[in-house]
Design a protein around this ligand. Structure first.
Ligand SMILES: Cc1cc2nc3c(=O)[nH]c(=O)nc-3n(C[C@H](O)[C@H](O)[C@H](O)COP(=O)(O)O)c2cc1C
Length: 204
């Protein structure tokens, strides 16, 4: 089958787009408002987008509280979602009024960042502390503003729980991430496949 996205006539009960671009990592975004309120919400429009310096991005569909806070304070954290934190992560996605502390709502411990003034999930096995470098409203092909707002951040500091380091590596099997699939689905990781990139002589 084929469908054009202008009509979006895929003929299925639910739009398959997010099931195709899947599974996606979940950035569990911790922020503070200018008023000092704490906020925690999951974002699967999230990824690493650079490594020198280390950069991540999350995108808000509509102007949500994490976007507002990141704009207000210029910082955010991202906490790693392990399988053991799936229910708490889901609870923290509830559409609650601005200022509601989703750390408390989900029964999680909020810790203040070491280098940024934003909270993170103490129970998470890895955390990135980030400073906002750019917030941009994504334009469509006509150049018109959409209601998707991407927040880019430079990673200033990284926490790793010693219990998920083995043989000198961040052990993803031990960290046991939960990833976002399409619809209401989540995925875990099955045994990792180790494969080196092909080497071409004269190129890095
Ligand atoms: C696993 C998961 C991933 C999500 N990813 C996104 C996302 O990428 N962008 C978005 O706008 N909302 C996403 N949501 C919905 C937000 O988490 C939800 O709207 C939340 O209430 C936003 O909170 P905030 O207003 O405190 O930022 C996701 C929800 C879940 C459960």
């Amino acid at each position: 089958m084929f469908y054009d996205t202008a009509s979006n006539a895929h003929g299925m009960a639910h739009d398959p787009f997010k099931a195709i671009v899947a599974p996606r990592p979940i950035g569990w975004i911790g922020t503070k408002g200018r008023d000092g309120s704490q906020n925690l919400s999951p974002y699967s429009f999230f990824n690493a987008v650079g490594d020198h310096p280390k950069m991540v991005m999350f995108s808000s569909s509509g102007r949500k509280d994490s976007l507002r806070n990141a704009e207000e304070t210029g910082v955010f954290t991202t906490s790693f979602v392990s399988r053991s934190l799936l229910m708490q992560m889901s609870q923290s996605s509830a559409a609650v009024p601005y200022g509601t502390d989703e750390f408390a709502l989900a029964g999680l411990t909020a810790m203040d960042g070491r280098v940024v003034d934003a909270p993170y999930v103490a129970e998470a096995v890895a955390v990135l502390e980030c400073r906002v470098t750019m917030v941009t409203t994504l334009p469509d092909i006509e150049g018109a503003a959409t209601d998707s707002h991407a927040v880019f951040g430079q990673v200033m500091g990284i926490h790793i729980d010693e219990r998920v380091i083995s043989n000198g590596r961040f052990d993803l099997a031990l960290a046991d991430p939960i990833l976002r699939a399409g619809y209401m689905d989540y995925a875990g990781i099955s045994p990792l496949i180790e494969l080196a990139r092909p080497r071409v002589s004269g190129r890095g």
